[in-house]
Design a protein around this ligand. Structure first.
Ligand code: 3EB
Length: 315
């Protein structure tokens, strides 16, 4: 039933050592977009220049385009990107982007959204009195529900800023549905009260797909509230507690045991570059096995100072 999704997973490699076999896509960041199929305008922190390399257990990759969505696919998995210019309201941009994504994945035969990365220029700025992130949430919700997606079909996601205008989304879709996992320490995002936007955010805390746990962008949120406002290390510790719980909960669904230390790699979005030294030192200690990509980025709530995402392979 569950293992039709071939394994696809991200690896973080120095841009001088990007592998060439079984690569589905390369996501570059900032000025390090060598060989990148998609380049996210976001400054990397630290001395290394790293790319997010999407590997798969199949070497055969096909490319295609549907509307504004470019994609590559292999067996049962599709990796796609869409970019919308910043010349209209953010609700309309998100609605257009998610409509294009759903049209593309359905027409290509990969109708299940597994994981999405949302990058939004000026994410915390107000647009006619409403924060862009809230407008984004509304447009995403209206598009997905308009196409018949139920909350159990929302993908795991990250939602962060970027240093250019507009909206840049990349995503993973499957021929087979993933399985959503929610975090018992947190209210499901799709049940958030209206203070976070007129439509609740349409994402899952994690998706199980193939042998992977795709963990959504995770922050210092308990219940539905941001906690430890203004305290970056306390936010980091709360984020790690959230990651631990979502990873162990997801693994338990497959009768497995996994924890924070099993993250293959982690991407860390840091609002204030001056926090990089303290955050990176603590993370490398907490997760000595993991590889990291650190970027400077706004987070979708203005009181959040960091967000961490990653992937675990269940043995
Ligand atoms: C949170 O837990 C923090 O709207 O897609 C994290 C990951 C967050 C994804 C999204 C938002 C999103 O609510 C914010």
């Amino acid at each position: 039933m569950r293992d039709h999704m071939p394994s696809v997973w991200p690896e973080y490699h120095d841009i001088a050592a990007i592998p060439s076999e079984n690569v589905l896509a390369v996501v570059g960041f900032g000025d390090a977009c060598t060989r990148a199929s998609v380049c996210v305008p976001m400054r990397q922190l630290g001395s290394q220049r790293v790319a997010e390399v999407w590997r798969s257990d199949s070497g055969k990759v096909q490319g295609g385009k549907h509307g504004d969505v470019s994609f590559v696919s292999t067996n049962g998995a599709m990796f796609g990107t869409v970019r919308v210019a910043g010349d209209r309201s953010t609700d309309a941009a998100a609605y257009a982007a998610y409509s294009a994504i759903v049209e593309a994945i359905r027409s290509a035969g990969y109708p299940h959204l597994i994981r999405a990365w949302n990058h939004l220029g000026g994410v915390n700025l107000e647009e006619d009195g409403v924060e862009r992130y809230k407008r984004f949430s509304a447009g995403r919700h209206d598009a997905l529900t308009g196409y018949g997606f139920s909350r159990e079909q929302f993908p795991a996601a990250s939602a962060v800023g970027m240093s250019e205008r507009g909206l840049l989304i990349y995503f993973l879709a499957g021929r087979e549905a993933g399985e959503q996992v929610e975090n018992p320490r947190q209210v499901s995002a799709y049940e958030y009260p209206p203070q976070y936007g007129r439509r609740a955010p349409s994402f899952a805390r994690a998706t199980l797909s193939g042998s992977e746990i795709f963990v959504a962008g995770t922050s210092s949120v308990v219940g539905h509230e941001s906690v430890h406002v203004g305290e970056v290390i306390a936010q980091l510790d709360e984020t790690l507690a959230n990651l631990e719980v979502i990873i162990s909960t997801a693994a338990a669904r497959r009768g497995a045991k996994s924890s924070l230390g099993d993250l293959l790699g982690a991407k860390v979005y840091i609002r204030n570059a001056s926090d990089y030294d303290a955050i990176s030192a603590r993370l490398r200690e907490a997760m000595p096995q993991s590889t990291f990509l650190f970027v400077e980025s706004d987070i979708c709530r203005s009181d959040l100072l960091l967000e961490i995402e990653g992937v675990v392979r269940i043995a």
